[in-house]
Design a protein. Sequence first.
Length: 340
Amino acid sequence: MKILVTGGLGFIGSHTVVELQQKNYEVVIIDNLSNSSIDVLSGIEKITGKTPEFHNFDLCEREKVNQFFKNHQDLSGIIHFAASKAVGESVENPLLYYENNINTLVYLLKAQTQFQQANFIFSSSCTVYGEADKLPITEDAPVKQAESPYGNTKQIGEEIIRDTAKTYSHFKAIALRYFNPIGAHESAEIGELPIGTPQNLVPYITQTAAGIRNELSIFGDDYPTVDGTCIRDYIHVVDLAKAHVVALERQLQDSCKTNFEVFNLGTGKGSSVKEVVQTFERVTNQELPHKIVSRREGDVVAAYADTQKAKNELGWATKLTLDDALASAWKWQLKLRQTH
Ligand code: UDP
């Protein structure tokens, strides 16, 4: 079966391509390399022994999207990762984010429904919950006013898909709300490739340990949590990638309860920033230079997933730990040091 993976050379996309190929799906990637590298293709090939079909174009180019669908009428599913994801950049350039994340989604869905293709999986985010009223966060927690244009594109994206699913009965969609994906493939052939200074915690930690950054700044230790630092649910990217295959198979087997479904993807366990730093120091046996600075604007105090719905309905749960994820992220960082 042929599956389209947009953004298939990105961090989560590439790990999902590996899992799909390892289950014998034929993968077609569309990626414009705006936040990824062509070298990822060879990483995927090294792990799986197969090179996916690759198309380099921007999904904002509507004609190219239509042409692609005309030439690929045999797709069994689409997993849509391609999107811009830097929160700060989205505040500086909101229209770029609406164009990149919303136009592309609409063009894809138009083509998909026109060609009567059924299955769509959307990369969403726990950011839609904002500062949740209750922890752990269940899927029926209210969607809060988005903190950034980036977050808003995920909310609007889900609404667009929900409306599409109401109208086209042949169309099935699942939105997967990711908590904090980290780590890398155990082979260290693929991993996260931040462009410029990393905005996310774990790549900043591994770059600091590698000597690329001087020290980690911990954004605030005066939050109402155990040790004063923010709590997040860090999920190993390989567990996350496997969840996409499970969600796709739910659609392929026609097991969806409704034609638009939402699932949280997390471990269910919250870890503080300090805990992540200490765990990293323990698993890699080195000290990480760090200091406390003021809070970062827009950060919520705590977010971790209620994982019951994913367990009960998808039959999926995470298997890998924070230790595994941080060890793999470090192995990947060391590999990058050798090759770049
Ligand atoms: N964080 C930090 N220093 C950094 C980057 C992140 O202290 O250089 C903290 C951030 O304040 C948050 C947590 O690490 O509490 C996770 O941040 P990240 O940007 O990785 O993910 P987010 O939860 O914001 O999507």
